[in-house]
Design a protein around this ligand. Structure first.
Ligand SMILES: Cc1cc2nc3c(=O)[nH]c(=O)nc-3n(C[C@H](O)[C@H](O)[C@H](O)COP(=O)(O)O)c2cc1C
Length: 656
């Protein structure tokens, strides 16, 4: 999409736009993003620095992550407790840090209801005695008095936000959390004034909004986030959502509405659509939720990551504002870069969902290829090298390429050596697999930066020990060994089948076929499932065998739903808790790892062994691992994930 001449027109994205009493400098909105940077219910300086950095990048409006409005909503200890006076000074600092960059900020008010997924204790309060779809937890069903207590809690926290200097609040009414639980006939089976008719189901939300308007005044922005569709039978549909927006607008209770999708049922896959989805996959749903002649600005949310898509959503009237979570994690400067038509310098989000996976595992948020994320407080622009040196980077996978461009940007003379004919290492194989093409975005970004900073690239040249020794004898020469990893040998019992590894060069020449194929997943991620989907596309009848309890164990939960869906749609048999035992003339015998019981499968025409890898560090032995001028990074140290390789490459590039 980049470099198109017609993108160079004056962009409607950078119009001034009114949202309630606010005037935004552009239509780009940072939508709520929990980073798990809070601590014991308090905002930390790291959390504040994360937002200040996004404000500095030129976004039009910041909506914060969800903050808890009441002690009965305890998602996890990193979530800020807006109801707790101890958190208020931090909230003041947060609002003023964002205002310092001329950007308005709304605090997202959140109650998880029955979707209290992470807190091991504490009894979740909910609407009805129906289980949460993900955890299975049945909540305590709130009395009318408790509902009133929560309505007041939302209003009280909005007052806190106003006093702390926020320009408004967003009520989190999306994704199946408490407000959705009231709105949705799927989760609300109450027979009292809060259940039954649409009006009754809206009562909780309406009382909150009325309370906030009354307490905070008309100038204080009221933003509402809704799921356009819950995508569950009996749940909220786009028509329902449109009705809710129209009714609240008629009563003057909302200034702006953000539309995302799904809840914590299997529709969670649509909530943060990963790279298998096309851009803005739910634009149609968003358009359907928009009431005709509405004056309330609508924020389109969901995998809007490139400027063309953003422009189109505004131009065709789907939305007035463009909401982005992941694209601004990946590159906070995206708005400033788009403003000057410099799309080429945007570090594009690849929708890998490493960020979402981390926070839902209770870890701090990080980004696969923006190592600054979570480190904004101390992150400095890379400094010019005091004494430029010559760097030989051996290996052009993600670690080597990152180290190469970062070091070159600091003034070092960098030569990059790659034994293969092309750049990319394992990423090159991954990016060629169905649904995984966006991984190529990482390479494209690194390659562009290498070009910009003059890295000299030598592909098809395997560096030898003698070359290393010669470099060691030169002044001011540093070697970075980023030679990646190699597949560990497959089990001997599979020798007759000669399994392919995920990065076997035979992949490039594989043609269409109709035979049986078996993919052994001892990887838990796309190392197994990318090849499996490639084989399906080629026409193979694919089966999966894994010794693990489940498939895709190393993917985030949301991407695992997508993986399960695709494999099931394709009718792929999955054998969990099984490992290969023997190959006979007609069969492959696999064994149950728990009971030892065997099972016979037809001998496949092709097998893939996606298993553990081993560091490819033989060159390091030339000097010993601490050979002074030799630095190891990425899988050459220990085989890990792409995120580790890139972060390590960046850090080394900054410090050499
Ligand atoms: C790491 C992460 C944290 C999120 N935290 C929140 C949150 O606190 N509140 C919320 O309403 N949505 C949250 N979301 C969902 C986003 O606001 C947004 O609806 C979703 O990511 C789709 O937008 P995107 O494609 O621009 O990422 C989060 C998403 C991510 C990736």
């Amino acid at each position: 999409m980049k470099d198109d001449e017609d993108l160079k027109m004056t962009s409607a994205l950078f119009d001034d736009v009114a949202v309630g009493a606010l005037h935004l400098k552009n239509r780009l909105v940072h939508v709520a993003t929990v980073g798990n940077y809070g601590l014991d219910g308090l905002p930390t300086e790291e959390l504040i620095a994360y937002y200040a950095r996004r404000a500095k990048g030129g976004v039009g409006l910041i909506i914060t992550e969800g903050v808890s409005v009441h002690p009965s909503s305890q998602p996890n200890p990193t979530i800020v407790h807006a109801y707790d006076p101890a958190a208020w000074p931090g909230l003041v600092r947060l609002a003023s840090a964002v205002h310092a960059h001329g950007v308005p900020i709304c605090l997202q008010l959140w109650h998880v209801g029955r979707q209290q997924l992470w807190g091991p204790v504490g009894s979740p309060w909910g609407v009805s005695a129906a289980p949460d779809a993900l955890s299975g937890v049945v909540p305590h069903v709130m009395s009318i008095a408790q509902i009133a207590e929560l309505e007041n809690a939302f209003v009280d926290c909005a007052v806190v936000a106003k006093e702390a200097g926020f320009d408004g609040v967003e009520i989190h009414g999306a994704h199946g959390y408490l407000v959705t639980q009231f709105l949705s006939p799927w989760s609300n089976t109450r027979a009292d004034a809060y259940g039954g008719s649409p009006e009754n189901r809206m009562r909780f939300l309406r009382n909150i909004l009325q309370g906030i308007r009354g307490a905070c005044g008309a100038e204080f922005v009221l933003d509402l986030k809704l799921s356009g569709s819950e995508f569950v039978a009996g749940g909220l549909t786009p028509d329902d959502t449109r009705g809710i927006i129209a009714a609240l607008e008629a009563d003057g209770l909302i200034d702006v509405v953000g539309i995302s999708q799904g809840n914590f049922s299997l529709s969670l896959e649509r909530h943060v659509p990963d790279m298998h989805f096309p851009p803005a996959p739910f634009a149609g749903v968003i358009a359907q939720t928009r009431p005709p002649q509405t004056k309330t600005p609508i924020i389109a949310i969901g995998r809007v990551m490139d400027r063309r898509t953003a422009e189109e959503l505004v131009a065709n009237g789907t939305a007035d504002l463009i909401g982005m979570a992941r694209a601004l994690i990946s590159d906070p400067d995206l708005p400033s870069l788009w403003r000057v038509n410099d799309d080429a310098h945007v570090r594009d989000c690849i929708a890998c969902n490493v960020c979402w996976g981390a926070i839902h595992a209770g870890k701090r948020m990080l980004c696969i290829h923006n190592p600054e994320v979570g480190a904004e407080q101390s992150w400095e622009p890379a400094q010019r090298a005091a004494a430029p040196r010559t760097l030989h980077v051996v290996g052009a996978g993600p670690a080597g390429m990152e180290a190469a461009w970062v070091a070159a940007s600091r003034g070092h003379r960098v030569q990059l050596w790659e034994a293969a004919g092309e750049l990319g290492g394992q990423l090159r194989y991954l990016a060629a697999l169905p649904g995984l093409g966006e991984y190529g975005g990482i390479l494209a970004y690194q390659q562009a930066r290498m070009g910009e900073y003059g890295v000299e690239v030598h592909c098809g040249h395997a560096v030898t020990r003698d070359e290393l020794k010669a470099w060691a004898g030169q002044d001011d020469v540093v070697v970075v060994l980023a030679t990646g990893s190699l597949p560990q040998p497959y089990p001997r019992v599979l020798a007759a089948l000669e399994p392919l590894a995920p990065d076997d060069d035979r992949w490039w020449t594989l043609g269409a076929a109709e035979g049986d194929a078996i993919v052994f997943d001892e990887d838990g991620g796309y190392g197994a499932y990318g090849p499996a989907e490639r084989l399906l596309a080629l026409g193979y009848r694919v089966s999966i065998v894994t010794s693990r309890t489940d498939i895709g164990a190393n993917l985030d939960y949301l991407s695992r739903i997508g993986l399960q869906r695709r494999l099931r749609e394709a009718g792929v048999p999955v054998y969990t808790g099984m490992q290969p035992e023997a190959v006979t003339s007609e069969h492959l015998r696999i064994k149950d790892v728990y009971s030892g019981k065997p099972m016979m499968l037809a001998k496949p025409a092709l097998t893939v062994w996606a298993g553990p890898r081993v560091a490819n560090d033989a060159l390091a032995e030339t000097f010993g691992r601490n050979g002074g001028f030799l630095n190891l990074i990425g899988d050459a140290v220990s085989p890990r994930k792409i995120v580790s390789a890139i972060h390590e490459g960046q850090l080394l590039g900054r410090t050499l």
